[in-house]
Design a protein around this ligand. Structure first.
Ligand code: AMP
Length: 481
């Protein structure tokens, strides 16, 4: 049978172009199931693992179905963590880039007022964590009357984190006439109940767990005493010499001590756990994605949903206590068809957790020997060389899609009574530039950002030196971010 192609879904030119730039050539299993049904507006309960392409499975049809002219949000995506909210927002923005889909994320710990201002602008998709989303609803800063699509991502984790009541409260506020899609790796009873209470004949979709994720990961376990773990870690990293590696620990104390040890040994490394500021957490994630360092030491906060293009090695410094945690942690590698390796350190005490994990994943994790000293010694030179060089990021999707886009900063906004049409009118009058070259416009009180597409940023900057917007002379420069 011919391999399915995105063309089969008759997507618009703008979405198709984005998929080409992102190098999404063929739909993954979950996308084959979800995209056609979503386009026909069916409710769905989708059981699938992260790493299977599930974000794009809803992001593609959602971007396709958004009405660009509508100012108020048409889609609400709920996610359990802030990191995931930011990730989903980025995926939707990439896929919707050429259609100029505006997606924003709302989550705690970021100033409410900043999000409130952003929500006043045209926004097609809001991605939020339940607490902050409810806050916006209660304070009237998130309007729901145009919401036509609700996506609940990682519903099982919402339950684990105690968000299920908030999710239910949000659902009750939404228009009844909407499409609801629920994504979950597992379907605990409470999630299932919630689905049946608030969804219309949802279609159950189950994607076998051994899809893209597990087939491409080589699993191994090394038995070790607690006190020997740190020296084992150093030996394993020398022998494996990964391009990039996440080391998972159970507690933030362990993260801190492992991080301190590696840092002391000149590993290029960073750490991530719930005790750090949100801003620091994002900075670390961005730095890892950009290839600024090779080793990330993290608790499970980093394990869920986060899409880092290529992690070659996962080390479970501690065995995860929850069997699902193992799947989520190891799912950070071997993504989208890449090969990956997952090595778990287990003390005899941790053996019982390991047994539960093996029952859950359905196979025994092969035992691996402690690396021999001569192998460690002979690997040292190659290891030192790699650690001193920068990691080359092979596939930065966001960078690729933004390649031809320049964000311009105009020194005037709402207080000068400027509106989006004024910018579109002025810019599309510049010779060689059309309305199709103008992307998302964000107008604040005293400034405006305009995305210029198709590599035409410099033409616009130059022309604006002698051009006014609605009779007003504005300073125009390339925005910093
Ligand atoms: P997710 O399960 O949403 O976390 O996605 C896993 C990874 O697969 C992400 O890096 C996506 O960008 C990538 N991906 C999603 N769909 C496709 C596709 N059709 N072809 C290639 N890569 C994809």
């Amino acid at each position: 049978m011919r391999e399915k192609n995105f063309k089969d879904y008759h997507l618009s030119e703008e979405i198709t172009r984005a998929l080409t730039v992102l190098k999404y050539n063929h739909p993954t299993e979950v996308q084959k199931e979800v995209i056609p049904k979503a386009l026909e507006k069916f409710d769905m309960i989708v059981k699938s693992q992260t790493g299977s392409g599930k974000t794009a499975s809803f992001a593609i049809p959602i971007c396709e179905m958004m009405e660009w002219e509508e100012k108020k949000p048409q889609t609400l995506v709920l996610t359990p963590t802030r990191e995931l909210a930011v990730q989903v927002r980025e995926d939707i923005t990439n896929i919707g880039r050429f259609k100029r889909i505006k997606a924003m994320a709302v989550y705690g710990k970021e100033p409410f007022s900043k999000q409130k201002e952003e929500l006043k602008q045209k926004t097609h998709v809001v991605v939020g964590t339940p607490g902050r989303t409810m806050d916006h609803i209660e304070r009237g800063t998130l309007e729901l009357d145009k919401i036509k699509f609700l996506i609940i991502d990682e519903a099982d984790e919402m339950l684990n984190m105690g968000f299920i009541d908030e999710v239910e409260a949000i659902i009750k506020e939404l228009p009844k006439d909407r499409v609801t899609m629920v994504f979950s790796a597992t379907l605990p009873k409470d999630v299932d109940n919630l689905c049946h209470q608030y969804m219309k004949n949802p279609i159950p979709i189950e994607i076998a767990a051994d899809g893209v994720t597990t087939n491409t990961i080589e699993h191994a376990v090394i038995e070790v005493k607690e006190d020997d773990k740190i020296s084992l870690l150093k030996d394993v990293t020398v022998v494996e010499n990964p391009d990039s590696c996440i080391i998972f620990c159970r507690t933030k104390e362990n993260v801190e001590s492992v991080y301190a040890e590696l840092e002391n040994d000149n590993y290029t490394c960073e750490r991530l756990h719930g005790g750090l500021d949100q801003e620091d957490r994002f900075a670390v994630m961005d730095g890892f994605k950009a290839g600024n360092f090779r080793y990330l030491v993290a608790t499970d906060v980093a394990a869920r949903g986060i899409d880092i293009d290529y992690v070659s090695l996962i080390i479970n410094y501690d065995v995860p206590m929850e069997k699902e945690g193992y799947v989520h942690r190891t799912g950070r590698t071997g993504r989208a068809g890449n090969q990956g390796k997952a090595i778990t350190f287990a003390t005899p005490y941790e053996g019982k957790f390991l047994k539960a994990i093996e029952r859950y994943i359905g196979f025994e994790i092969p035992a691996m020997d402690v690396p021999k000293q001569e192998v460690v010694t002979s690997g040292k030179a190659a290891f030192e060389e790699k650690i001193s060089g920068r990691r080359v990021v092979r596939n930065n999707k966001t960078a690729r899609i933004n390649k031809d886009i320049t964000k311009l900063h105009f020194s005037g906004g709402k207080k000068k009574k400027l509106r989006a049409v004024d910018f579109v009118g002025t810019i599309s009058n510049i010779p060689g530039v059309t309305a199709d070259d103008i992307g998302i416009i964000t107008i604040q009180d005293n400034l405006t950002y305009v995305d210029i597409l198709n590599g035409k940023g410099s033409i616009v900057i130059q022309a604006m030196e002698n051009t006014t917007v609605k009779g007003k002379k504005l300073k125009v420069s390339q925005a910093l971010k």
